[in-house]
Design a protein around this ligand. Structure first.
Ligand code: PQ2
Ligand code: NAD
Length: 215
């Protein structure tokens, strides 16, 4: 197996999490953050999941799993502490549903990576289920070296990317501009919070490219 890495748009998509413990809570939190519709099936659940249910942020069904619970689901996540239930959940899923089983990587058609988020920047780490603790270790290491400036700098470069299109720069000039904006020197200005100097430098460089186009 060689997994296919992808970032999915789950807004409005029905997801079902079976189980209401610590692992289920973690998965529910990331599904909600992605805008998914979440149903939780579990006879008992954590305080946090109860709160989410009470506020209508998730649909909470307080009983044991039944196969019909996942009929309308795109993603199905089994996170109970009962191996037989987790197996039943995975067997109940059809060929067009994506399944994650917290204690059986071999039954997963998708696994959940460890993630570092800096604004819109996402760094996801997976080990194809071989060692989740290793994924966590990598996440912690990345968190130490990828500071908040990366999210900020992404916003800055992305805004310039849009603007470069309206400036009618040639593809070569656009690439040059991107290389310059992505250079460590500008990232360092973002990190230091010297946004005025950074923006001036970007304007100056873009003006140079435009001048070259005209001349
Ligand atoms: C990334 C992360 C996302 C998340 O779950 O949110 C995640 N596990 C995390 C942490 C973690 N999980 C476990 C430990 C304890 C140490 C250890 O056992 O190593 C730790 C470390 C900790 O908690 O610090 C135990 C564990 N996990 C799985 C098994 C079953 C097995 O391996 O057989 C067992 C044994 C259970 C038992 O005791 O029986 C299986 C899976 N866990 C996965 C993802 C998928 C594979 C991802 C990959 O490696 O590619 C997969 C296949 C299914 C799934 O998607 O859930 C999250 C990182 C959160 C973070 O960022 O810190
Ligand atoms: N993938 C991961 O990241 C990871 C990490 C640690 C542990 N695990 C494994 O995940 C599983 C869950 O761990 P946890 O710490 O959240 O356990 P937990 O004991 O905190 O929670 C288990 C939950 O499963 C529910 N449950 C039990 N039988 C059920 C049924 N028939 N239908 C619906 N819900 C049912 C219980 O009500 C409870 O809410 C365990 O098998 C554990 O080994 C996975």
């Amino acid at each position: 197996m060689r997994s296919y890495p992808m970032f999915a748009d789950l807004r409005g998509k029905q997801c079902v999490v079976v189980g209401g413990g610590r692992v289920a809570e973690r998965k529910v939190a990331s599904l909600l953050a992605s805008g998914a519709r979440v149903r939780v099936i579990s006879p008992s659940c954590t305080e946090r999941l109860r709160e989410l249910g009470a506020h209508g942020e998730i649909e909470l069904t307080a009983r044991s799993f039944e196969p019909a619970d996942i009929n309308d689901a795109l993603l199905v996540l089994a996170a109970t502490d009962d191996a037989a239930t987790n197996l039943l959940v995975s067997r109940s899923a059809g060929p067009h549903q994506w399944v994650n089983v917290a204690d059986r990587p071999d039954l997963c058609s998708f696994t959940v990576p460890a993630v570092v988020e800096r604004g819109a920047l996402r760094i996801a780490v997976g080990t194809e289920g071989r060692c989740p603790g290793f994924a966590r270790k990598m996440r912690e290491w990345l968190q130490g070296i990828i500071g908040p400036e990366y999210g900020e700098h992404l916003n800055f470069v992305a805004a310039w990317r849009t603007r470069a299109r309206t400036l009618m720069l040639s593809p070569d000039s656009r690439r040059e501009l991107m290389d310059r904006l992505l250079d460590d020197a500008l990232l360092e200005l973002t990190r230091r919070g010297d946004l005025a100097a950074r923006d001036r430098e970007a304007e100056r460089f873009a003006a140079g490219l435009l001048g070259r186009k005209e001349g």
